[in-house]
Design a protein around this ligand. Sequence first.
Ligand code: UDX
Ligand code: ADP
Length: 458
Amino acid sequence: MKISSICCIGAGYVGGPTMAVIADRCPCIRVVVVDINAERIAAWNSDSLPVYEPGLEEVVRRARGRNLFFSTEIDSSIAEANCVFISVNTPTKTYGKGAGKASDLRYLEACTRRIAQFARGHTLVVEKSTLPVKSAETVQAILSVVSEGKTFDVLSNPEFLAEGSAIQDLFNPDRVLIGGQCSEACAALAAVYANWVPLDRILTTNLWSSEMAKLTANAFLAQRVSSINAISAFCEATGADVEEVAQAIGKDSRIGPKFLKASAGFGGSCFKKDILNLVYLCEHHGLPEVATYWEQVVILNEWQKHRVARTVVEKLFNTVAGKRIAILGFAFKKDTNDTRETPAITVCLDLLEEGAQLAVYDPKVSKASVLSALAHAGPTSTQQIFSVPSALEACAGADAVVVLTDWDEFRTLEWMTIASSMRQPAWVFDTRNCLDAQFIRKLGINLWGVGKPSNTKK
Ligand code: UDX
Ligand code: ADP
């Protein structure tokens, strides 16, 4: 069993970058990424890629047209491949049983049926999307009813890349996880990764452990963010400094220093969706205490987002009606244009509800994306939202600046110019603790940092 031709179904934030790196590192393997979204495929074939990731453009440029192709020809691409990756979206269900918690598996089912219909000979089917534990059973059940000499091995190969560092994570992963029942099939997929990943970082497990490990990893990571955010509120109440606390506990090798940055809450397409899915599955399996335990991670996260908006209103004399507030950063983290579940949505919606005028600036998120993310989440008045081409313009005339994403460029803003252009008394709310607080305060601006002792003195 040797993988010579890959088809990846789903050209999103996971499928696109992952396949670009596989093609780059394995010139002998033909990689075709397909999607039902023709606009997305056209963008992958253009100079303006649909996904922003540092280093992605270079990788795509090297491999595209050589052994990396983006196409809407789904059926023929499945037929030509001896390995098909499933990398479609698995959003939270919005209807029927499990609405609001369970994963919506209709895209998974649709593309599995297509694989069943068009695959030829023996095909490895690899789950790349994060899926509920036991999803492989569904995939196997659909594939098991086809005849005509077709055979399949189903593997789970979850992706652990984080957006913003996807290319680095793919080139140098902590581990590659392959779950499967057939050791030969696992070895065939491992051989692909072995082209650039050291063998001791390629782990093989049974199918269910692999599916479970992905959900568990995301749950643990999200839990750390909620834990430090919970402590951030406590720090503010007591005069402790969350950064000092994080540094002190991070030195304990059992805890470690990563993922201890307080913020306005975690965002992104995975954490909330995966935890809610975990909660749903635990309830389903008669484990209500386990479900409640994990659900609290999401509840705390929602609370933190509202807490930030509430703090802004409180500091601005309990009213933001008609006031201009600069929102710096809308993406859910730096170095990505992704706005899925970004805390900026909740913070902006709360401020809009209080009547604020928002001047939004994000270096990679367009006005259309901001408006669509907000409209998707709730009713908004577009007349209250301005998208401006620079941070300086966003801050001009503002009563407050709210930093929501830790883009590097926000660290070096011209605060002297900003200070003189803001309405006094001016406020800066730093939800990432990424600004030079001392310097900004010296310019006569009040500054609130998440989890930091209050010091609003001019
Ligand atoms: C996550 C997982 O890290 C990745 O392994 C998985 O494959 C997909 O989900 P991603 O959502 O891209 O990746 O980004 P991540 O870096 O995990 O950040 C998630 C959110 O948590 C962001 O909103 C980020 O700002 C926030 N965060 C992260 C914090 O607020 N504090 C931290 O210390 C770390
Ligand atoms: P992720 O962040 O997991 O990559 P995205 O939403 O960015 O998720 O990407 C998933 C992609 O899968 C979308 O571009 C969507 O159009 C595509 N997709 C969903 N269902 C199918 C299907 N049945 N066939 C082909 N592509 C699909």
